[in-house]
Write a protein that binds this ligand. Structure first.
Ligand code: AMP
Ligand code: ZN
Length: 393
């Protein structure tokens, strides 16, 4: 339970386009922060603290985040590629309450949800529609592990860009005494296991934060034989979102279906665009109210300004943002990404002419698609768009 509230007046007025992005970073500023809110007006930050006594220190850290993320930043020009936000919807409540009441979702632990038959059928159906995109491109199927190599993540600078959301896989050190002590004494206490940090091994693997990276890693240090490849895979992804893990909107553990393009710049850009056009017809059949607009990845504080501006300026990321009628906002259910030759350069994957390959991917967050669909169309199949009703009822 929060003990005290801390109001902070940011030294810099937070511009509207950074209100959400700074708010989500405040979760990582101090373990005492239970919740953080940046006012829409950008001139006030309200923090709920778990304990009183360190307000000055916490405020200084908050000011550093604001400074680093907002100083000198110019508002990006958001390009809208498609706007179907006014598509008719028939539901106006947050589906989470109903899903919990029906035991359709169960929160096993913070950000970790199990899904019952309705959510599972919806997810399976939406995924089948995404597989139509994969089939359209004759994408080759791949199966990737849930664990991801720390060595490869280092090679692609992931630790610098997204350190806050990493989830590490570790195990007990190979030591008879440590394993025996753990077996005898391990207990879940308070907010976690009581085992001392020195019992655990060094980190060789993390839980995958994305799907397509596995493909690039598997192609590393070689020329790409035919100079191009289209692949598809589905995988469980992990992004630790701290106190932002408050509903089905943000999960620690979620599932992504990706269609991945590897080849020349023109090949990747053309397929990214063809993906968007193909999906436009499918989203119409699904009756989804959404829009597609330029966006940036949630880089951590120090990297944010430069990287986010670069991504937006070069239109490297388009998000598919579905309407959530109950809160008059939108939620990203997928993205169309172009990484330029970033992975080609860092991983030594080359085209037949020796130049680094380009990559891109179309990614769908399956739990979010189902959640956004229920938020727009509710639980009565009679009110669902025909295609979904016929497939599921
Ligand atoms: P991204 O690679 O960040 O564009 O992620 C692709 C898609 O995965 C997003 O558009 C979301 O639909 C989904 N996604 C990303 N992070 C989360 C999360 N924490 N919880 C649930 N879905 C997520
Ligand atoms: Zn991807």
């Amino acid at each position: 339970m929060p003990e005290t509230t801390l109001e902070v007046t940011p030294a810099l007025l937070i511009p509207p386009h950074l209100v959400g992005q700074i708010q989500s970073k405040l979760a990582y500023v101090d373990e005492a922060i239970a919740a953080a809110r940046v006012a829409e007006s950008g001139d006030r930050i309200t923090l709920a603290l778990r304990a009183a006594g360190r307000e000055g220190e916490i405020e200084a850290k908050v000011q550093r985040v604001v400074q680093e993320m907002a100083q000198g930043g110019i508002a990006p020009r958001v390009e809208i590629l498609e706007d179907h936000l006014d598509r008719p919807v028939s539901y106006a409540a947050d589906p989470l309450a109903e899903l919990l009441a029906r035991r359709e979702v169960y929160e096993e632990s913070t950000g970790i949800f199990t899904f019952g038959p309705l959510m599972s059928r919806l997810i399976e159906y939406f995924e089948s529609r995404f597989l139509e995109l994969a089939a359209h491109f004759d994408a080759q199927p791949y199966r990737f592990p849930t664990l991801m190599s720390a060595e490869f993540l280092d090679r692609v600078d992931y630790f610098r860009a997204f350190p806050h959301s990493l989830t590490f896989a570790t195990h007990l050190r190979e030591d008879l005494d440590i394993i025996n002590q753990f077996a005898e004494k391990a207990k879940y206490e308070g907010r976690g296991l009581n085992a001392p940090a020195e019992f655990f091994s060094q980190v060789q693997a993390l839980l995958s934060p994305a799907v397509c990276y596995h493909l690039y890693f598997s192609l590393a240090d070689h020329p790409l034989p035919d100079g191009q490849l289209i692949a598809t895979s589905v995988g469980t992804c992990f992004r630790y979102e701290s106190t932002n893990l408050t509903s089905l909107e943000r999960l620690w553990n979620f599932t992504m279906r990706e269609v991945i393009f590897v080849g020349s710049k023109d090949f990747v850009l053309e397929h990214r665009e063809r993906s968007r056009q193909f999906m436009q017809a499918i989203f119409e059949e699904l009756g989804l109210a959404y829009r597609v607009e330029t966006a940036n990845d949630p880089f951590f504080v120090g990297e944010f300004r430069k990287q986010a501006a670069f991504q937006t300026a070069f239109q490297l990321k388009y998000e598919i943002r579905a309407r959530l009628p109950f809160k008059d906002s939108t939620l990203a259910i997928g993205s169309y990404n172009y990484h330029q030759d970033f992975f080609g350069r860092h991983l030594g994957i080359t085209l037949p002419d020796g130049k680094p390959i380009h990559t891109g991917c179309t990614a769908f967050g399956l739990e979010r698609v189902a959640y956004a669909f229920l938020a727009q169309h509710g639980f009565d199949p009679a009110a669902w768009p025909v295609a979904v009703r016929e497939a599921l009822v």
